[in-house]
Every structure is written in structure tokens, then in C-alpha cells.
Design a protein around this ligand. Structure first.
Ligand SMILES: [Zn+2]
Length: 72
């Protein structure tokens, strides 16, 4: 099955702490490029149905930075 760039894109990037820098992010730009490539608005874009392994919530990022592992 054909899909844009043979890549699975991430529709969760807006909620991902790393989303701005992720090359899987399904941005408006990716969508418009895909439509241009396909020549129609129903461009076949493969996307994750749940957050991929690279998904990082802002909460876990903050916890990683703070190094906290309990409520103490
Ligand atoms: Zn990502």
C-alpha cells in the first residue's frame, strides 16, 4: 500500500514535548506537501493510532529534568 514518504506520521505531536523537532510529526506542512505529492486532498498518509515510542509528554520531560522519582 502506498503511503506518503513510506513513513508513519504522528498526529500526537502537538501534545509531545519533542514534537516540534520530531520528523514524524504530522504537521500542516506535511499534510499540504502530501496533498501536493498526491494531487488530491485524500492523500494516503500513514499515521500512528497511538503515541509512538518517541512520544514524550511535557510531564515526563519535566520529571526527567528534575530527576524526581517520588513526591518527596
Ligand atoms: Zn515523535
Amino acid at each position: 500500500m502506498i503511503s506518503y514518504k513510506d513513513r508513519t506520521f504522528c498526529p500526537f505531536h502537538e501534545g509531545c514535548a519533542l514534537g516540534k523537532h520530531c520528523d514524524r510529526a504530522l504537521t500542516d506542512l506535511v499534510i499540504s506537501e502530501a496533498i501536493k505529492w498526491w494531487g488530491d486532498v485524500d492523500a494516503p498518509i500513514s499515521m500512528f493510532t497511538e503515541p509512538p515510542p518517541c512520544f514524550e509528554t511535557f510531564q515526563t520531560l519535566v520529571e526527567t529534568i528534575n530527576g524526581s522519582d517520588d513526591d518527596g
